[in-house]
Design a protein around this ligand. Structure first.
Ligand SMILES: [Zn+2]
Length: 363
């Protein structure tokens, strides 16, 4: 059996790059697969489902239900091409993938859909056409497993390291009972974590499991379908998240192996450390300010400008920030002649940004 990691750089889906991923950018790739239209977005874009394989184990996956979360779409298309050319690996499965559940949000690079609704808070109300599409596919397909594919913000860390990937077996009720479905999802996550740890030391976290019936994953878990939340995160300066994409898609392939081989080990899920909101994008120490020094923490704001994503520095906090972690740390000691006196916060950020070339442009 071929190794996914060897094949991944050669897959056709590698044409997908950068953080801005719209329906028109994936359309030609989708035509390499069996496709059906399962719904229409608020603004009239098609919601497509791709089907691959005809084995007995049915898995439903969906990506970009949050339009600005594109890493898992790039990664899951890598997995689809890998499966297309590895029939033996695919044999146990029938997989339905909705690669872009929120095509309007993808076009506007927003989390929410065109009505401003977070589709991952619409599992009870079913107020949006995109939600209808997903639930109808779920009802007709009756999956044995669900993979709910997302990106997380840059602010998550795990054990003092950046969190590149995090996973959750969502709660199925307010008591967070360990139902049979939840236990299976936990076991698969434990398996993925073991495989990932051979390549990434740390950098893998467990997402918060507070029950929210409005979340789609919690809802499907409560219906008894083992459901896994995948969150692609930030590590180092990889703002296009290409490294995250590789390890995310590797973990999906490992999850399929776990399911195919029935290797549901006793859950090591609970030993995976929980993610913490502990990171900023840039931390600048020794910024000279009124005869003393201060530290400045910067969080990027992602903006869609001329068809690409620009990461613009904004002020997160200022002061003694020794406890904060950052994806990039700069010490300004070498810029002694520069003065930041008499500047307000936004002017400080502007000056730092220009001096240090902090704005990042996605591919
Ligand atoms: Zn999300």
């Amino acid at each position: 059996m071929n190794s996914f990691l060897q094949e991944q750089p050669l897959l056709k889906s590698q044409v997908l790059k950068g953080r801005y991923l719209t329906y028109s950018k994936i359309e030609t790739l989708l035509s390499d697969f069996d496709l059906t239209q399962v719904g229409t977005s608020v603004k009239g874009l098609p919601i497509k489902a791709l089907t691959i394989g005809n084995g007995p184990i049915k898995i439903l996956m969906w990506s970009q239900m949050h339009g600005n979360e594109t890493t898992s779409t790039k990664g899951i298309m890598d997995v689809m091409y890998f499966l297309k050319y590895n029939a033996a690996f695919l044999a146990p499965f029938t997989i339905q993938l909705l690669p872009m559940l929120n095509p309007d949000g993808a076009a506007s690079y927003t989390r929410v859909n065109a009505n401003g609704v977070d589709l991952n808070r619409d599992a009870v109300q079913h107020s949006q056409p995109e939600t209808h599409a997903l639930f109808e596919v779920y009802d007709v397909f009756q999956p044995d497993y669900c993979f709910n594919l997302h990106d997380q913000r840059t602010l998550f860390g795990v054990n003092g390291e950046p969190c590149m990937l995090s996973y959750l077996s969502p709660a199925a009720d307010a008591d967070k009972s360990i139902t049979e479905a939840r236990k299976q999802a936990m076991s698969i996550i434990g398996y993925m974590n073991e495989s990932l740890q051979q390549h990434l030391s740390n950098h893998v976290g467990r997402y918060d499991d507070t029950y929210n019936p409005n979340c789609v994953g919690d809802c499907f878990q409560a219906k008894g379908t083992p459901t896994i939340l995948f969150e692609c995160g930030q590590s180092g300066q990889d703002y296009d998240r290409e490294s995250t994409r590789k390890w995310f898609s590797f973990s999906v392939v490992e999850a399929l192996k776990c399911i195919a081989n029935n290797s549901f080990k006793p859950a090591i899920y609970n030993s995976i450390p929980e993610v913490k909101k502990s990171y900023v994008d840039v931390l600048i120490h020794h910024v000279p300010y009124h005869n003393t020094h201060t530290s400045v923490a910067i969080q990027y704001e992602e903006k869609l400008i001329s068809n690409r994503i620009v990461f613009e520095p904004t002020l997160h906090s200022k002061g003694d920030l020794a406890m904060l972690n950052a994806h990039k740390i700069i010490d300004l000691n070498t810029f002694k002649a520069v003065s930041f006196d008499d500047l307000d916060d936004s002017a400080i950020i502007k000056k730092l940004s220009e001096m240090l070339d902090l704005t990042y442009y996605s591919h």
